[in-house]
Design a protein around this ligand. Structure first.
Ligand SMILES: [Zn+2]
Length: 149
């Protein structure tokens, strides 16, 4: 799932359950549930293959920009609420750890975490024309949850 949607899911969880001890771990764990659903994703192939240049720049730069857009949407809709931002960050963190594993493949924890993450990840159709409707539906649902809380 793209990072902005993970950020929105974390914010949605924290907005309906504003107790940090429940919302923050749930936001982190929600990442795996949302990854299990059909969705559009980034490729970490360029990082794994240690490619440099434009391909790597667009993959990582695009993900950073898009994840920042998730924070910006939360800020615009709900204002500065540290719990929501922390929950959004934790909901995106597993993908950050996945990228870290690609950059540092010999760290055992990251290797185990990636294997776990991958096991729960959606493996179906990856063409954007097939997955985009799921992303749009999920974004709509998450925005409605965030706005109604
Ligand atoms: Zn993920």
């Amino acid at each position: 799932m793209v990072l902005a949607l993970h950020a929105l899911s974390g914010a949605a969880i924290a907005s309906i359950m504003p107790q940090p001890l429940i919302a923050l771990p749930l936001a982190f764990v929600s990442h795996f549930a949302f990854d299990w659903l059909p969705h559009t994703d980034y490729s970490v192939q360029a990082i794994k293959e240690k490619r440099r240049g434009a391909w790597l720049f667009f993959n990582i730069g695009g993900a950073v920009l898009e994840g920042s857009a998730g924070f910006a949407i939360i800020l615009l809709l709900l204002g500065w609420q540290p719990l929501l931002f922390l929950a959004a960050f934790l909901a995106m963190l597993p993908d950050g750890l996945w990228v870290m594993q690609s950059l540092f493949p010999k760290i055992p924890f990251l290797k185990q975490f990636r294997a776990f993450h991958r096991k729960l990840h959606y493996r179906g159709e990856r063409k954007i024309i097939k997955t985009l409707p799921f992303d749009v539906a999920m974004a709509t649902i998450l925005l409605l949850v965030v706005l109604s809380a």
